[in-house]
Design a protein around this ligand. Structure first.
Ligand SMILES: Nc1ncnc2c1ncn2[C@@H]1O[C@H](COP(=O)(O)OP(=O)(O)OP(=O)(O)O)[C@@H](O)[C@H]1O
Ligand SMILES: [Mg+2]
Length: 323
């Protein structure tokens, strides 16, 4: 593994009026990896990406992409990056093939090369069968894949993906994840913004959590989840009288103290071996004759991460408005 960074940002600042969109934001993304930038609405993710992609100038701090200062050498940076915005940029009326050819022409590829590159990318993103269909008839997942393909026209060294799966169903999300993995296997470094801990967990080797324009954590997915308490088992009972028995059973299986809440009808505790814990708790409850309403496993969410790291929930962010 090399120690070189594809992206480095130090103390980035960006104000919009009184609003501090970025407030001393730091980031380091290793070459050849997927790095997750995880944060709720309004945390500053898009602002950070737009600065790194040279679309917006920061008010302070500095950033390098592919070893080049974004403020001093924006043209050279642009030649080495791709960007997929939060909202799909493809044209509804054109076909998939036509869309990619158009992007190729925008990058001065020339007709023949643009056509060849379009076909190659459609193949890579599993869209060959839909090449001649109007994008208006594409599913959300197909559209996102076409968007990814468009940002790969010049095979960028660094690709910025701004919430590539927001609004997609699980299948579309899975398709995009596969495409991202394929890109990284091909040597591209990806900075992926997301509001989903699960997404960052699946794709990223490292995650930076952003809150109110600052990085508040930078860790591996496992490190982050462990800091939050990892996966939890949850048992819900119908009768409060059952609780002591449930707490005893859960305590036997869990890796930490069980906690109870929701009017004393729910017990939850951290576990490491998810499936074993689930099976064991179900069996033990049955053996003790305790009837559970529900037994489940819960992965930590962005909201759990936030609560643990900041003491507040994600909903409160971005709703407090700068006048
Ligand atoms: N062009 C702009 N003019 C004014 N305010 C802006 C502008 N762009 C961003 N902001 C504000 O800066 C803050 C950060 O916005 P940003 O879009 O970077 O957040 P985000 O993390 O991408 O959120 P989301 O998850 O909703 O996309 C928000 O409070 C937003 O309202
Ligand atoms: Mg955004």
């Amino acid at each position: 593994m090399t120690d070189s960074y594809a992206v480095r940002a130090e103390g980035l600042e960006k104000r919009y009026g009184d609003k501090r969109a970025l407030d001393g934001f730091d980031l380091a993304v290793r070459e050849g990896t997927v790095h997750g930038l995880l944060g709720p609405n309004g945390a500053g993710k898009t602002t950070a990406v737009r600065i790194l992609a040279t679309l917006v100038r920061p008010d302070g701090g500095r950033a390098e992409v592919a070893g080049l200062d974004v403020a001093r050498r924006p043209g050279e940076v642009r030649a080495r990056i791709g960007l997929t915005g939060q909202y799909a940029a493809v044209d509804e009326v054109l076909t998939g093939q036509q869309n990619l050819e158009m992007f190729g022409r925008l990058f001065h590829l020339g007709g023949k090369r643009a056509r060849a590159r379009a076909a190659e990318l459609l193949e890579r993103f599993d869209l060959t069968d839909a090449a001649d269909k109007g994008v208006g008839d594409y599913s959300g997942g197909m559209r996102r894949r076409l968007d990814l393909a468009a940002s790969m026209i010049l095979a960028p060294a660094v690709l910025f993906l701004d919430e590539p799966t927001t609004g997609l169903d699980p299948r579309g999300r899975g398709e995009v994840w596969d495409s991202v993995r394929a890109l990284v296997a091909g040597g591209t470094t990806v900075l992926l913004t997301t509001q989903y801990l699960e997404e960052a967990d699946r794709l990223a080797s490292r995650i930076t959590v952003i809150d109110r324009g600052r990085a508040i954590a930078d860790d591996t997915p496992d490190g982050l989840k462990n800091a939050v308490g990892g996966d939890r088992i949850e048992v819900v009972v119908a009768e409060r009288a059952e609780m002591p028995a449930v707490v005893k059973v859960v305590a036997r299986v869990a890796d930490g103290e069980p906690e109870s809440d929701e009017g004393g009808l729910r017990v939850h505790a951290p576990v490491t071996d998810r499936v074993a814990a689930l099976t064991e708790v179900a069996r033990a409850l049955r053996d003790e004759g305790v009837r559970a309403e529900d037994i489940g496993l819960r992965r930590p969410s962005l909201d759990d991460v936030f609560l643990r790291l900041t003491g507040h929930r994600t909903e409160t962010i971005g709703t407090e408005e700068a006048a």
